[in-house]
Design a protein around this ligand. Sequence first.
Ligand code: NAP
Length: 459
Amino acid sequence: MEEQTRSIVQQSLNALLENENFLTDLKGGMRQKAFTSLNSILSTPNQIHKSFLRVPLEGGEVVRIPSYRVHHNDALGPYKGGIRFHETVNEEEVVNLAFLMTLKNALHNVPFGGGKGGIMINPKDFSEKELHKICIKYVRYFNNVIGPDKDIPAPDVGSGEREMDWMMAEYKKINQGSPYLGSFTGKSVENGGSLGRREATGKGVYFTFRYLLNNYVKDNQATFATTTNPFAKTALEYVNRELTVAVQGFGNVGSVTALEAYRCAHIQNKVVAVSDRNVTLFNADGLDIPALVEFTAKNKGDLPTSEDQLTAAGIAATIQGREDILTMDVDVLFLAALENQLNDQNKTQIKARIIVEGANAPTTREADDYLSEKGVVIIPDILANAGGVIVSYLEWLQGRETQFFSEEEVYNQLLAKMRNTMDTLLPQYFGDTFSLRQNCYIHSVTRLSTVLYRQGKLY
Ligand code: NAP
């Protein structure tokens, strides 16, 4: 995965090297050297911090839990990125996720660098008391490298506002007298969090899809009628008609994305399938998403896994295998679970022609190349799922000022920022043959390279 991110960055740098209007002061051998330096700087993290948290469990046993905090790049501001609680967490994955955060913040002009954290556990295997201890230990072990102006963690897979509240409380206790509200984002509103933060990523994910199809493509239908651009041709087929939608992952990002699709008044959507780590649920007439959200809220986040549970909850659906959702015959597939979901093994069976990456890195390089070649429109992670970090930035600002925005102000600022990024990218995407991912990377790398050059980091 990390290799994939590196290679797209390298391609973006190659494109910029050839562009004589970019960094015009740099010529000849100097230019070549500067671009080699840029590649070295961007393709490696600044620091990797690793600890084995010592945690006593309720039964008396002591466990040591591998945990990470990676600082990728801080040219644009303090490091920023979530903490993943998942049993598959490993160094390479955390480094790649931190790398993506650097690119994501640069893409949307958020004044943060890229960081990420991970704790190698399945949180569902631990009691609340034990999870509280794990969170406290994480802050104690990494206290020296985090802080409101150094590195600001947030939730990711397996963590949420409860964990951020516990962590901020520990940070406050250790660093008495220092500002603490900006030390973590994604906190509860009662504890200094921002209105709208919990929903921000899912809302932003759905917005990127809606804006691309229902604003940009719809507004440009006349121009697109004669286009030879493969992505514009695909998108045109999906304007002004009812769409079937599937959402993989029904956690923070997936459930909000599914609700947004279910409630959308602008596009006729039918959410026919959702999934989590146990099952896929399917209903050709459309699933009752609010009822599923209510069910998961009462059942530790899990979707119904038996006929009895579905009947008791009054939900009409058939139960299928967890991976089935990926190859279903739907128009739009939202990926909101984990990495590497569309890959070499299943790439030829993917039927959706519009794919939106709510998760980070859910499509491998092989699948991405194959699907892009076929004209599938893929809205990539660093574009689609930036709602979380954009509202995290607003939360951080509010924490500094101790002045808080209304929910409406938060959403207006969130969507304005995402619209702005889309308006910059879409004309180029529908005008050339680069994928939207490649366009996003070129945009991010342009911003990062300019700043690194101005900061004198290339000599
Ligand atoms: P989450 O709340 O923990 O939800 C993850 C969902 O994925 C759960 O429904 C989980 O099911 C499901 N899942 C786990 N393993 C799976 C598998 N092998 N196959 C199918 N589904 C599986 O996490 P999240 O915050 O929504 O994050 C989802 C993705 O979005 C991640 O890639 C994350 O990095 C990215 N993201 C999140 C944010 C944010 O603000 N939260 C921001 C940007 C990007 P179970 O509940 O059964 O485990």
